[in-house]
Design a binder for this molecule. Sequence first.
Ligand code: ASP
Length: 322
Amino acid sequence: MKTLPALLCVLAAGATGHGAVAAEPILVIHGGAGVVAKDITPERERDVRATLERALKAGHAILDGGGTSLDAVGVAISTMEDSGTFNAGKGAVFNHDGKNELDAAIMDGATLRAGSVANVHTVKNPILLARAVMDKSPHVMLVGEGAEIFAKSLGMQPVPTSYFYTEMRWKERQQALEDEKKSGHHGTVGAVAMDKAGHLAAGTSTGGITNKRYGRVGDSPIIGAGTYADLHCAVSATGWGEFYIRATAAHDICARMEYAKTPLGDAANVVVMDIVPRLGGDGGVIALDDKGDIAMPFNTEGMFRGTIDKDGHVRTWIFKDR
Ligand code: ASP
């Protein structure tokens, strides 16, 4: 026979679908790992913090009004995609051929539904197209021309490829070509959120890595690598995507919580500070669990990131402690 608290849990499960009772909404975002202190000017820092704050407030308005974590993640990420500040949407990095190839994914923790797109060139907000793949197609992932055709079929107006140009990213690519560097990564955006029903969601959007070649796709749009959410855990990653794919990083963090009962912070730390670097990679994640605990480990010098709590209190960080 069930005890009263257990019975109340069952009733709550019926009301919200998975056992969550009224929860305190929370949103965590990142604007990418890989920032180096000597490269960031005061103007850039002001721009980054202002954009993070704008994205946090936009997402919080959704959660505060009783909207879903999925919607909050979409709004926060599309705000960053529109800003020109980060490596996603406008401001995305250039590939070896001087083009922008954009990837994004979103996942609903309550239902394990997911949508993702890769290698799109004319989609203003790849995160919104990823959401449409989830909601309006029978598929999880669409790439390249097919994804663009799907976007047009939904009435999403394509933007000219020049829309994504920013001088900063163009110079980065020229530098990468001169240095014969294989790649450079920084600036991907992501969000994880919990809504008032206690449902989690995660999303990530990126231009990938500077000077990438041959239709390269990173971890961000790969469900389980750069983006993952379930009933208890939501993760968005940033960093050297090849290694995050090989580590199935985002899913590994959630699996450690579920199977080994490892607390979120420890699970995220093992993957980001041990497993990925042992393979040779670097980067970071933002992670949120169904208790509202947050983890934001990174093994680069900095990672743009921010949080907003139920009262709308915003915090942003770039380096370890500021
Ligand atoms: N993870 C992204 C990728 O490899 C890049 C980044 O986060 O900066 O495509």
